[in-house]
Design a protein around this ligand. Structure first.
Ligand code: UDP
Length: 231
């Protein structure tokens, strides 16, 4: 694929620690993305913030402020992962929908396009820039804006199941499922706002496990064994 958007959850960065960063885990991602970039794929990345903070889990502070902290957590994640990427020889830029001084560049489609054409990986940090949204929504929004061919969701689980395989050992994995069915069956792939955006903008998604060897490269180069969400 020519241009894709890769979504990593915040927890994925933490490895077994569940919070903060696990450098070995991020290095595995970096080496795979390097292979993709070397083959000419343009890679945009969105990272969640759950390894630090989630707005809705705070009960005592204003939701808007709690969500701002969450968005800043995603900026920290992107700066960290961007630096690990640079350490393996990938050129990167971190873009945010709000100004962060000299820490990041302000997002625009044109700016992202310019960086892609120079062979850089673009990190879309800071979510949508608005509270009450998630990085799932930011993922679809940026994928649509940059005209990505698809969204690749690297998860702790290897695809979409008809029920939770941790609870139901007979749960069945889908090879392919439509976004309409994901919405109707309330399958927890991405949140509802993001799912609707995917459907309206006809953006396919590929769900696969981050924990399998070379899974990002395999997923994007066609050896895909997860679930394709069709539109
Ligand atoms: N967030 C936000 N707006 C966005 C993206 C993220 O307010 O556009 C905040 C929100 O508080 C969220 C946190 O950042 O809980 C971390 O984002 P992530 O999508 O990882 O959170 P989750 O969906 O797991 O709550």
């Amino acid at each position: 694929m020519k241009r894709i958007l890769l979504k990593l959850s915040g927890e994925a960065l933490a490895g077994d620690k569940h919070t903060g960063f696990d450098e070995a885990t991020v290095m595995v991602v970096a080496k795979q993305v390097k292979q993709l970039v070397d083959c000419g794929t343009e890679v945009g990345i969105v990272i969640g913030g759950g390894n630090f903070w989630r707005g809705r889990t705070s009960e005592n502070i204003d939701r808007t402020k709690a969500d701002q902290i969450g968005m800043l957590a995603t900026v920290m994640n992107c700066i960290y992962v961007s630096e690990i990427f640079r350490s393996v020889g990938i050129m990167t830029q971190v873009l945010t929908p709000f100004t962060c001084g000299a820490f990041t560049k302000l997002f625009s489609k044109d700016r992202a396009g310019k960086y892609f054409s120079k062979g850089m990986v673009c990190f879309f940090a800071g979510g949508t820039g608005h509270p009450y949204f998630s990085t799932d929504t930011a993922t679809v929004l940026r994928a649509v804006e940059i005209e990505a061919e698809g969204i690749f969701l690297a998860k702790a689980i290897d695809g979409v199941y008809d029920s939770d395989p941790k609870i139901n050992p007979a749960a069945v994995k889908y090879d392919e499922i439509s976004i309409q069915e994901v919405i109707d069956r309330q399958l927890a792939v991405i949140d509802l706002t993001a799912s609707i955006m995917c459907m309206e903008n006809k953006m396919p998604m590929y769900i696969f496990s981050l924990n399998e060897e070379n899974s990002i490269v395999k997923a994007i180069s066609g050896e895909f064994s997860g679930t394709k969400v069709t539109v």
